[in-house]
Design a protein around this ligand. Structure first.
Ligand code: 5GP
Ligand code: ZN
Length: 132
């Protein structure tokens, strides 16, 4: 058979774990990170180089190159990512429903890790002006 639903495709970029991907490593527990939330679909952890008082990355457990690829392949997971980002922001002290969620998409737009991720950026009680 030559189907595309095989279980071994570690480098397909369409849901499997991608060899050498740092966020796949965090999801798999091989790379340390400070986890702040997780669901069966997504994991949220603090950014290594925070650009705001609250700076958390929310990533799908499965590897997708960017948010557009994620939305096309698995919209339910994108919805969960957005909902988890809102929960992280609220738990971090933001007014419910008020936070910044940024998806750098593609190298020329500043994406450096090519595993889809949303940046939750917040400065509870202050302005986000000047942050990312
Ligand atoms: P991008 O530039 O791709 O939108 O964002 C990638 C983000 O991942 C950056 O803000 C960077 O600080 C963060 N980052 C890169 N490597 C690691 C890591 O190993 N652990 C954590 N927690 N964050 C990382
Ligand atoms: Zn990955």
């Amino acid at each position: 058979m030559s189907g595309t639903e095989g279980t071994s495709g570690a480098t397909t970029g369409t849901g499997a774990r991608e060899e050498g991907c740092v966020f796949c490593g965090i999801v798999g527990g091989d790379v340390p990170a400070e986890l702040v939330a997780s669901t069966d679909r997504v994991v949220a952890f603090r950014d290594l180089s925070p650009q705001a008082p609250l700076h958390v990355l929310v990533v799908p457990r499965a590897h997708h190159a960017d948010v557009v690829a994620l939305g096309a392949a698995d919209p339910a997971t994108l919805a969960d990512l957005v909902a988890t980002a809102a929960r992280v922001a609220a738990d971090g002290g933001c007014t419910a429903g008020e936070h910044r969620l940024v998806f750098n998409t593609g190298t020329s737009a500043g994406q450096t890790v090519h595993h889809a991720h949303g940046h939750v950026l917040a400065a509870p009680g202050a302005s986000l002006d000047g942050h990312l």
